[in-house]
Design a protein around this ligand. Structure first.
Ligand SMILES: Nc1ncnc2c1ncn2[C@@H]1O[C@H](COP(=O)(O)OP(=O)(O)OP(=O)(O)O)[C@@H](O)[C@H]1O
Ligand SMILES: [Mg+2]
Length: 268
């Protein structure tokens, strides 16, 4: 009888011990999950900040070139006309508006519920060109725009502009780095089989990497002082994951040709 009691007590103790072990394990797992969750949150925050930094570099350069121009004029002529000041203010306003929109867009990009809108291709292309135009001019790069068909597409407007800015600024980088005579970028806006098709071609001599698709890999960058290799990776993500489209590259006759295909909005 006594032996049975002893056995019982032993068993009870073992069960208690086991219970303790289980709750310790559960707590450990919970902490691991929480850590993983926090890590992935940190990673996407880092990604978001990286993207904002990438998208801000260009407009920041434009802003500083506007103030530098004002300063130079003041130093040379001793005065600036109201007209010139007004133009500088308007340009700066556009640029800061774009920069603040970038933050909103990236927040949406990483948040779950995103608001898609319908927009005209040329609207977003012009807003991209407004951002990058002064640095194209500064390097005497000619930009030719051919509009065959201006379609409506659906998605995040500003993200689409970001893709155009990334591709144009890469073309600019190559044209400048390779010191191309009569540098030129051609942008064709057309439509094919219910898709909007935008082609951006430069005359910088093409992508010298095999296989050519490698340029879309994250952190792939070549011959650039400040390159992070994020631009094209992010652009592909925006077009293919967020807009159901395709972004690809070919080497054309005189240089690289980027092609952005996005389905047209259904109701037009
Ligand atoms: N138009 C082009 N002609 C030739 N090579 C290009 C062209 N566009 C991109 N590339 C090549 O693709 C690489 C990757 O471009 P991507 O925009 O992803 O990164 P990056 O421009 O090097 O850096 P970041 O955009 O982060 O400043 C470039 O470093 C360049 O070598
Ligand atoms: Mg780039």
């Amino acid at each position: 009888m006594k032996k049975l009691e002893e056995e019982n007590l032993k068993l009870k103790n073992e069960i208690e011990e086991l219970k303790n072990k289980i709750s310790i394990e559960i707590e450990r797992n919970r902490r691991n999950d929480k850590m993983l969750f926090q890590q992935s949150r940190m990673a996407s925050m880092g990604e978001m900040i990286g993207n904002i930094a990438h998208q801000w570099r260009q407009p920041l350069m434009e802003l500083s070139s506007i103030t530098m121009e004002l300063q130079a004029k003041l130093e040379i002529f001793g005065k600036i006309s109201n007209q010139e000041i007004l133009e500088a203010i308007n340009k700066s306003n556009d640029i800061t508006k774009y920069m603040s929109q970038t933050i909103d867009d990236f927040r949406n990009f990483f948040a779950k519920d995103k608001k898609r809108v319908q927009f005209k291709i040329t609207e977003q292309i012009s807003s991209a060109i407004n951002i990058i135009n002064s640095s194209l001019k500064q390097h005497n790069i000619k930009l030719e725009i051919i509009v065959m068909k201006n379609s409506f597409i659906t998605g995040f407007k500003n993200e689409y502009s970001q893709v155009i800015i990334n591709i144009l600024s890469n073309a600019k980088d190559e044209l400048v780095n390779r010191d191309i005579k009569e540098p030129k970028i051609t942008l064709r806006i057309a439509e094919k089989d219910n898709n909007s098709v935008v082609e951006i071609e430069d005359n910088a001599g093409g992508v010298g990497i095999e296989p050519i698709q490698k340029i879309f890999e994250p952190f792939y960058t070549k011959n650039k002082v400040n390159g992070t290799g994020v631009g094209l990776f992010m652009s592909k993500l925006i077009i293919e994951n967020n807009m159901n489209g395709r972004l690809f590259v070919k080497n054309g006759e005189k240089g690289a040709k980027f092609i952005i295909v996005v389905p047209k909005s259904l109701d037009n």
